[in-house]
Ligand binder design. Structure first.
Ligand code: 5RP
Length: 224
């Protein structure tokens, strides 16, 4: 059921792709449904170019028969499609459950239009149910943890299933910062960004232009 909703939201977003577009592809299980749809429909857009936010996405997109181009040469994209860990009514989100939020935010910011896709479980009245992931330089681990604690977080180093520290595609660490409540997400985003050694965080407050959210088989489109 939840997977059906993920698929419906993903397919609604893929319907926004037009030939010739430069499209950024996010990361995660919802995005995997978008990639499958792109793979099925790719011949409709012979001149579209696709860019990836993670090694995982690059792998499954190429496996679906869709080439991935190098983002480093791009200053701007037309569209980005990505999942969220939670999203509020103002289209502000927490991302990074898949650890790719640093590249995801770059792609989302580069895109003239960023579309979020989610099943209904991701809706929240206010941000803060999920921890805010912060990508950190390993050198600065304890320092950044202390600075996030001073902001009211309970930071936890993200671990893998084999109990080793999780590494991002850039080789960095992630602190999952749980807050009792996020009274002012804008203020928190600025404070997190200002910590030396914190390379990026999962608060997406302005990037998302629209969202397709599916619940019980019905897709709702929200525009900023
Ligand atoms: C990865 C992300 C994902 O988009 C987010 O975690 C949602 O993933 P899923 O669709 O698997 O629930 O931000 O960094």
């Amino acid at each position: 059921m939840q997977d059906d909703d993920k698929r419906l939201a993903a397919e609604a977003a893929v319907a926004e792709i037009r030939d010739g577009m430069r499209v950024g592809i996010g990361t995660g299980t919802t995005v995997a449904f978008a990639i499958a749809a792109i793979g099925r429909r790719r011949r409709e857009w012979p001149s579209a170019t696709f860019f990836s936010t993670s090694q995982d996405t690059t792998k499954i997109t190429r496996a679906a028969g869709v080439p991935i181009a190098r983002f480093a040469d791009q200053a701007e994209l037309d569209l980005a499609i990505d999942g969220v860990d939670e999203i509020d009514p103002q289209l502000r989100a927490i991302k990074g459950g898949g650890g790719a939020m640093l590249r995801e935010k770059i792609i989302a910011s580069a895109a003239r239009r960023m579309v979020a896709i989610a099943d209904g479980t991701k809706r929240v009245p206010a941000l803060g149910r999920a921890p805010v992931p912060v990508e950190i330089l390993p050198f600065a681990r304890a320092f950044v943890a202390a600075r996030t604690s001073a902001l009211g977080a309970s930071p936890a180093l993200r671990m893998t299933e084999t109990e080793t520290a999780y590494r991002t595609d850039q080789g960095n660490l992630i602190l999952d910062c749980r807050f009792d409540a996020i009274a002012d997400p804008g203020k928190l985003a600025v404070a997190l960004q200002a910590i030396p050694g914190a390379l990026g965080h999962g608060l997406f407050l302005t990037e998302i232009d629209a969202a397709y959210i599916a619940q019980d088989g019905i897709v709702t489109k929200m525009e900023r």
